[in-house]
Design a protein around this ligand. Structure first.
Ligand code: SF4
Length: 460
């Protein structure tokens, strides 16, 4: 799953609108699942009277929702804990908690080396936060990291704070039963569990009533969604029918599990968007076997061919890891060749970073020198940009419906959004006339490797 940057939970008052007695600050790292989890945590805190602040300096409770997928993500948390240690000297009543994958993986180390940490809760432990906070109030360290085979938080409505009500995440499942050899997720998030489809449809309906324009269905491997009654293709159909005005996206698909029924369902419903994030990780069969991914390059290319057959306008993105254990120059070249064959619209690229406890750390040597990893990463970035630019340029001249999502980064007169198929777009001179959350036709006039650029069509 593509990584996002850290994000903080926004300002909010107390449970009934009055100033809240305690303020919580939540900082989130890692994947979209973690951002969705922070919204669950916020609901649990809100139900026991917490309000929220975007300033840790004025918080009574600081929670870091962490990621363990790469070493760099964990280093950042250790740095933040140093800062919160200094903050606690000034505000001795401050409670500091570590949540998420790093809490699950490094609980002993956190207890031993970060005395500032009062509370540690793994991804399946958020329901216990009220008791854990009481334990801390009583002067004890509180820790709960048991993984569950059942917990899906299906009965807890996430607390969303986006002022614009444009996009919302719904977690449809938790955990992962795959054992990709580089990945820590099965150890930190546990076995796969699917949420009952009825609760997902209900949540989608209430988001539509609140005015959300796009819903993203989230899971580590959505193609293996199964709640005992429906599979992923059937779930997509039921959500699409329940909220016909809302655009529906999903992430993440797994090449070995993605079935034609899912593609056929997307093609059938006008609100299921043809955006497919299909991580390939490597184009070499021998590397894929060491990664324990369960498919070959040829299989992956056949899946791409199926996507293009059912969904000719599909936008396809991927994840690639360079410098995995034992990756030779020839194996790396196979990845570049696969990228060219597919012509991805977007690539999220990473240098392999060994995670202790994973199958790869136990079986293989992390033996590609750092300088070589960096050089390979650079080549992937260059090729990805060339391919994105080619795909983006092919859109120039078209008129496409765009959902306006946020102010553009560079020019306050512009707004940024996405086409129905998932291309990012900067819409020139739209800020004055159009509200975020509006869907408008945009005439695409130019493109960069990162985005399409255009003007509102027929705008007088
Ligand atoms: S599918 Fe593989 S990479 Fe994705 S979460 Fe599961 S084990 Fe990790």
């Amino acid at each position: 799953m593509a990584l996002a940057h850290e994000r903080v939970f926004g300002q909010r008052s107390g449970a009934r609108g009055e100033p809240a007695p305690y303020k919580a600050y939540i900082e989130t790292y890692g994947c979209q699942m973690n951002f969705a989890d922070s919204e669950l945590v916020a609901r649990i805190l809100h139900s026991i009277g917490y309000g929220f602040t975007s300033q840790p300096e004025e918080a009574d409770l600081v929670l870091l929702n962490t990621c363990a997928i790469r070493e760099h993500a964990e280093e950042k948390i250790w740095q933040r804990l140093k800062y919160f240690h200094s903050l606690k000297r000034r505000r001795p009543h401050l409670v500091v908690g570590v949540l998420g994958c790093m809490a699950e993986r490094l609980r002993q180390k956190l207890l031993a080396e970060a005395p500032v940490v009062d509370l540690i809760a793994g991804p399946d432990s958020y329901r216990h936060l009220p008791q854990l906070l009481r334990q801390v109030e009583g002067g004890h360290k509180a820790i709960h990291v048991l993984l569950s085979r059942e917990e899906t938080y299906a009965d807890i409505a996430p607390l969303r704070v986006s002022p614009h009500k444009v996009n919302a995440y719904i977690s449809i499942m938790r955990g992962c039963n795959n054992m990709c050899s580089f990945c820590i997720v099965p150890f930190t998030r546990g076995r796969e569990r699917s949420r009952p489809w009825t609760t997902i449809v209900e949540e989608a309906k209430s988001l539509a009533e609140e005015g959300y324009k796009e819903i993203v269905l989230l899971g580590q491997n959505v193609d293996s969604y199964r709640d005992g009654a429906v599979d992923f293709a059937q779930l997509l159909a039921r959500v699409a029918e329940a909220v016909p005005e809302v655009w529906i996206r999903f992430a993440t698909s797994h090449p070995k599990d993605m079935r034609d029924e899912v593609l056929e369902t997307i093609a059938r419903y006008p609100n299921l968007t043809p955006y497919i994030h299909l991580p390939v990780q490597s184009g070499s069969d021998t590397v894929l076997a060491r990664m324990n991914r369960g498919y070959t390059a040829q299989w992956y290319l056949q899946r791409i061919e199926a996507i293009r057959r059912y969904l000719p306008k599909a936008v396809i993105s991927t994840d690639i890891i360079v410098g995995f254990c034992g990756e030779t120059e020839e194996e790396f070249r196979e990845t570049l060749a696969l990228m060219e064959a597919v012509e991805f619209d977007a690539v999220y690229q990473f240098m392999y970073s060994e995670r202790p406890g994973t199958l790869a750390a136990r079986r293989y040597k992390d033996d590609v020198p750092p300088a070589e990893k960096k050089a390979r990463l650079e080549q992937v970035i260059q090729l990805a940009q060339t391919l994105s630019l080619k795909r983006h340029r092919a859109q120039v001249g078209s008129v496409q419906e765009v959902l306006l999502e946020r102010p553009a980064r560079k020019n306050p007169a512009d707004l940024a959004g996405r086409t129905f198929s998932g291309y990012p777009v900067v819409v020139r001179d739209a800020a004055e006339k159009y509200k975020l959350g509006t869907k408008i036709p945009v005439h695409v006039t130019s493109a960069t490797p990162a985005t399409l650029i255009g003007y509102v069509a027929n705008d007088n």
